[in-house]
Ligand binder design. Sequence first.
Ligand code: TA6
Length: 295
Amino acid sequence: MSLSAIPLPAGATLQAGRGGLPCLAIDTPACTGEIYFHGAHVTAWQPHGHGPVLWMSRHSAFEPGRPIRGGIPVCFPWFGPHPSDPSRPPHGFARLSPWTLDRVERRIDDAVAVTLSLRTGADDLRHWPHPCALTLEATFGRQLVVALSVRNDGDSPCMFQEALHTYFAVGDVRQVAIEGLAGTTYVDKVRGGEHFRQDAAPIGFTGETDRVYLDTESTTVIDDAAQGRRIAVEKQGSRTTVVWNPWIAKAKAMPDFGDDEWPAMVCVETANALDNALTLAPGDGHRLQASIRVE
Ligand code: TA6
């Protein structure tokens, strides 16, 4: 179906975005937002009465085959480097792929729900031998609800990892505290991938931080003291929460990340990764959901 054939409700506008990539701009009494078809990538959400909730790098690429830096990258079917082949793209191919716009619907309370889909096709199967049907639904309203659904259309079990790799805008990460993960075991990628147990204190940031919290279904809260706000991230269908800030050296090492941008962001990612990887039987499906609101 051509893009022009898809009916758009009031508050949703089809645009040629950065790099000429197609995107939908959302503007209703509830919020403004933006989602690109490239990677089914949410790049903006701002509920009325609040500042932008998602962070975007000023240096992000917007071109086929390259990930967008910021917003909510969709990581699938692996998380981080490919388990065995370093030539494969980090965080999988879903965020590098052109997704298809399926429908845009107006919901109650001035929310707009955008649904895109991707089928892992032959060109992906070289990287990954499983035909799957992916759906990404982003509902832009007074809260932002993003759901990634995966269905195994193959005839053998399919093991995968996944993440909604959300970049949050904060006033100063050095004044941020993250609540909700006390007592949870995490893999610390800054300390050799060793396992540690989070103590009772909220997570603070004094250097590069890259932690994969396992076996947790908890809601996390980002206390952004510098902006005097708290952001809650509630999740369903997720056993992993990833917390990341690159800090100074890692920020300098990334070409699509400004050297001075690291204090303004923190990633709190809703995932199923590492030990929490999932296996779907043929015909089975799974839904991963993050619900984000400013408290
Ligand atoms: O989720 C944290 C992480 O895995 C970090 O290790 C860092 O690599 C980050 O993702 C960004 O990855 P990217 O491939 O988008 O540069």
